[in-house]
Design a protein around this ligand. Structure first.
Ligand code: TYM
Length: 333
């Protein structure tokens, strides 16, 4: 049976990168015959200190972002991680399966901890092991993510394989990362070689899902480009990271292939292409940000949705954790 799991951290506002690389594709997975489980990973967020009040607000805002983008909390299971305690419990077991060396090789750990690794939280180091627990707790088979999470999903596979091997069982399925579409790596609008990120100090580097139409248009107008006209074929984007990024964003927003977009806009100058992109972005994103604002007016309803999602998640997770405990040799009496 096909079961999809993915998560997003409530560690800041939602960006266009999260939307195109993740949420938009989560929505596409949501059809008959596929079970879709989407999680606001608050336990992951606190691997870096979060102001408690801000964390609550961002958790609700991210939930509103999921729903406003088209995640239906009836069709999908939508919840926040900390309400299903099994995540932390399975995470501990996987801390005992994963190896220090595996964690040390994670590029996200190296980037985030930097030279000051001694001062990073132990949770930040163990982060991928909790992520493996998120996925394997549901025996998920597919994990839609952006390019930057590929290594973590591969580590999840390694943990599943080692667990099965160490205990001589065939219990955890080996999940596949699903990295599809034109926008698996949305780059900064200020530097096409850097990922668009909620933690970039420059707000002009990203489009936030809460930006209004004027702000979106202004950020696109000011986006870094080169002086050349747009090419009519993909290979013409080689060594033009800024141009490539804007074309990818256009293709993803328009649900077109990059080839089809270039066939249409090849030969145009950025002075002509940027307003087209800005109009498209406003057309696609404004309804989402307006719906998010509307949903945010009723935080109690959002909390109710998360609570109900958590109950449904636990129905799947609890028996899988119990079985894991049995396999490992824990007494449950
Ligand atoms: P996070 O919160 O950093 O990002 C959430 C999702 O958005 C994607 N993404 C991007 N995609 C394209 N271009 C970008 N610039 C961009 N920025 C972010 C990410 O690839 C991700 O899919 N560790 C995860 C959260 C997580 C998770 C999981 C994911 C926890 N448990 C289990 C899948 C399954 C993270 O930090 O994502």
């Amino acid at each position: 049976k096909q079961r999809v799991f993915s998560g997003i951290q409530p560690s800041g506002g939602l960006t266009l990168g999260n939307y195109l690389g993740a949420i938009k594709r989560f929505v596409e997975k949501q059809h008959d015959g596929i079970e879709t489980i989407y999680c606001v990973v608050d336990l992951h967020a606190i691997t870096v200190w979060q102001d408690p009040e801000a964390l609550r607000k961002q958790t609700r805002e991210l939930t509103a972002g999921f729903i406003a983008s088209g995640i239906d909390p009836e069709k999908s299971i939508l919840f926040n991680q900390s309400q299903v305690t099994e995540h932390a419990q399975l995470g501990w077991i996987f801390n005992c399966v994963a190896r220090m060396g595996w964690m040390q090789r994670m590029t996200q750990w190296k980037d985030k901890a930097g030279k000051n690794a001694q001062n990073a939280s132990l949770g930040l180091f163990a982060y991928p092991s909790l992520m493996a627990a998120d996925i394997l707790l549901y025996h998920a088979t597919e994990v839609p993510v952006g390019e930057d999470q590929k290594q973590h999903v591969e580590l999840t596979r390694d943990i599943a394989i080692k667990f099965n091997h160490d205990y001589g069982v065939d219990f955890f399925p080996i999940p596949d990362p699903v990295i599809e579409g034109a926008a698996t790596r949305v780059m900064s609008l200020r530097d096409g070689t850097k990922k668009m990120s909620k933690s970039d100090p420059s707000d002009a580097s990203r489009i936030n899902m809460t930006d209004d139409a004027d702000t979106i248009a202004k950020k696109i107008r000011k986006a870094k480009t080169d002086p050349e006209a747009l090419p009519s074929e993909i290979k013409g984007l080689d060594d033009r990271p800024d141009a490539r990024n804007l074309v990818n964003i256009y293709a993803a927003l328009a649900d077109q292939s990059v080839d089809a977009v270039l066939a249409e806009v090849g030969g145009k100058q950025f002075s002509e292409f940027k307003p087209m992109l800005a109009d498209l972005a406003v057309e696609k994103l404004s309804p989402i940000s307006m719906e998010m604002q509307r949903l945010m007016q009723d935080p109690a309803e959002i909390d109710r949705i998360l609570g109900r999602g958590a109950e449904r998640a636990r129905e799947i997770a609890a028996p899988i954790l119990a079985k894991t405990y049995d396999i490992v040799g824990m007494i449950r009496s």
